[in-house]
Design a protein around this ligand. Sequence first.
Ligand SMILES: Cc1cc2nc3c(=O)[nH]c(=O)nc-3n(C[C@H](O)[C@H](O)[C@H](O)COP(=O)(O)OP(=O)(O)OC[C@H]3O[C@@H](n4cnc5c(N)ncnc54)[C@H](O)[C@@H]3O)c2cc1C
Length: 609
Amino acid sequence: MGVSNKIPDGLDEVDVVIAGGGTAGCVVAARLSDADPELSILVVERGHDNYEDPTVTNPLFFLENILDLGVPNPRMMVYQGQPEPNIGNRTMVVPAGSILGGGSSINMLTYTRPQREDLDGWSMPQWSADAILPYLNKFETYHGPSSSASIHGSEGPIQVSNSSYGPTQLQGDFIRAAADLGIPEDADLQDLDSNHAVQKNLRYISPDGIRQDSAHAYLHPRLQDGKHPNLHVVVEHEVVRVLSEKDKAVGVEIRPNPEHGNGAEVQTVKAKKMVVVSAGTLGTPLLLERSGVGGKDVLDKAGVEVVSDLPGVGEEFQDHNTMLLSYYTSLLPNETYDDILNGQTTLQQMLEEKHEMLAWNSAEITSKVRPTDEEIDAMGLSEGARLLWDRDFKNNKNKPVATISTANGFIAPIADEDKDWRFLSTGSFLLYPYARGHVHITGPAIEDKIDLKTGILTDPEGFDRAMAMWLYKKQREVVRRLDVFRGEYAPLHPPFNGDSDAACKRYDGPLPPDVEDIKYTKEDDEVLSTWITNNLAQNWHGIGTCKMAASTESGGVVDGDLGVYGIKSLKVADLSVVAHNVAANTASMALAIGEKAADIFAEELKVSS
Ligand SMILES: Cc1cc2nc3c(=O)[nH]c(=O)nc-3n(C[C@H](O)[C@H](O)[C@H](O)COP(=O)(O)OP(=O)(O)OC[C@H]3O[C@@H](n4cnc5c(N)ncnc54)[C@H](O)[C@@H]3O)c2cc1C
């Protein structure tokens, strides 16, 4: 069977159910089906099929997924947060892909990888960096520069390349400007060990310009080759809960997703061998809790019977906290996507014209950076923040603090008076915030309100705020040194006093090569700190809500084999299992988890992948 938006008649029992056909879920399904084509597998995905959908395959459509372009977007869903006092009572809205392929079908396509220390830091020997590198390699065919053949993959289904559009003059300009500030270029910053450098961005785009999502790379070929007759995919359906008998998962309850209007009947499908939950960092803990797997307090309040008391479920939400800033530039019209934002064209029109820019993700630069010892000394850190720096970063030169990345274009509709400008935006994010959030159910039904707090800026030591202030200043200094720089777009920057050296300004040409760093006064720092409270945001890279750990005492939800504690035959395979943050945009981690999970499950099911 291929992809269907109905549960086929008679399909009331399979060997394995996979709840969520996202980035990791598609990998698990495909590899298990390869391991044993006799194994009957059902993938249930709440979003629609993505097969040859031009809004997926053409990379530039990512713009519709991150900006409000006034076009309905059925590919996305949002998890609605609660007001958070530490960020000025703002409510964070956390978006996620809701489509076959999940995040990999909608994301911004930037390819980066974690640091060695990130993976070793999970303290799970079977998930150490040495154990995971083969899986990071397994999913990719890498077309970028590398110092060693063994660091990247050459036979995986996901192509990683520079794409067929670009690069623009921004790459060389940014690399020179960063070098002027002591941040050198590293051709392959994604080798797990390099740090404090900038890199020409590589992308999940094939050399001929097609997005590389996990459904097209893994699932669709197998659904069409006639060799995987027992691989079933049902889209536009939600898994309501996992069903268990005594201490064993035995199936799932599924209903049509009301957003797609396919009826309302709830159906049960039995899983003879295994249920794999792969609904993403926010979807997975909510599904487990609806199934009675979670902290007793949460479940009692929500009116759900406890099947396994696991207080770690939904806790320890972590993300990369981000700031988005825009600058006036002298970039050329064909070097930004701004014509879409200033009303000159639309993505639909570009599709009709088969415009070559559709193959682009606009992100030309990525980086991993950290403050120097002198910069740390000058920050005036609190005693607690200084202890954290000394313990976790000081002597650990492999550990960055932040990423500065770029997008060639503005980040909202462009006002009439700015229509002739071309913009550059930076997305700068903290890689290891200490703040933690949570996500829980408040009732038994899928449509019950959720209790989501991202926790941004709640770390008592103020470490995250101090690093965010450093990051704002650092990214601005790099951009000020670009040849294409023509000033800060003030409404998106902190409202520094007009007399201050830090005030936003416009220029007719580049700043002189010997330009000095901005000198921030105490008052400027206060303005910046308040701006951070009101602007630091989630960054789409959530992890940690069903943490993998050696025991439940330390908040563990799954063991090293991804089995949920206290319930047999119930597994989790997605980013919710990641125990501590990674210095990477997170798709690489999700794909590697999918690959490794498939090997673990195949062994348990006594089939070889
Ligand atoms: C806007 C955006 C931009 C991003 N940009 C980048 C980038 O440039 N580079 C990068 O590396 N990473 C990026 N990421 C992050 C990355 O894409 C995600 O971290 C990764 O895809 C998550 O993989 P996953 O398998 O854990 O979950 P997902 O891919 O989110 O998969 C979960 C799936 O489960 C489905 N689901 C949820 N609940 C249910 C249910 N009850 N029943 C059935 N199905 C359900 C969802 O629809 C989804 O398809 C971005 C993410 C977003 C949202």
